[in-house]
Design a protein around this ligand. Sequence first.
Ligand code: FMN
Length: 181
Amino acid sequence: MKALIICGSRKGGFTSEMCRSFSEGLDLHGVPSEIFFPIEMNIEHCTGCGSCSAEGVCNISDDMDILYDSFERCDLLVLASPTRFSGPSSVIKTAMDRFQPVWFCDRKHPAFAAALLSGGGASPNYNNTLSIFKAFSITAKMAWLGHLAISGTDEKEISDVAGPSFDYGKEIGMKVVIDRI
Ligand SMILES: Cc1cc2nc3c(=O)[nH]c(=O)nc-3n(C[C@H](O)[C@H](O)[C@H](O)COP(=O)(O)O)c2cc1C
């Protein structure tokens, strides 16, 4: 049992703190995780060339290979994103689009998916991001476990998001461990 956490934001921000604390909550249930920051990786955009339709392999060779590898080895995928104009960050979307090969090829993939979201306003619109994340989850045949959204970060300290994220990590850790038994 292992988790892949893709953080669609910078290190040291609200969303990365959510990922860090969430992973500590997972740890409590013996679920180790790998957190990746595509913003620091060399990941090109999907061009929609269609070459992956033949054998389910992207013809771009870059750091996406690291995420493909982890995706095949992990049981839980966590997509984390700050709200950007009522949608996901371009960082997470760019990485997600490069998973287009899973549309064509039934490779090993996580059984479960969940999301961590943050937004600066008091009541950000998370619907667009959730609908995109869930579309990916359905495409890769991952069961959607839910999400944690922390709003109002404009008025918060980064440390404020640690507690709820840790608790959500424990909750999801419990679910995946029990569901696997
Ligand atoms: C380009 C941009 C667009 C944003 N759009 C929204 C938005 O539509 N709604 C909202 O509540 N916050 C919005 N925010 C605020 C961020 O979602 C919020 O500050 C977030 O918690 C930052 O997370 P981070 O520290 O991981 O970058 C936006 C921020 C930026 C930079």
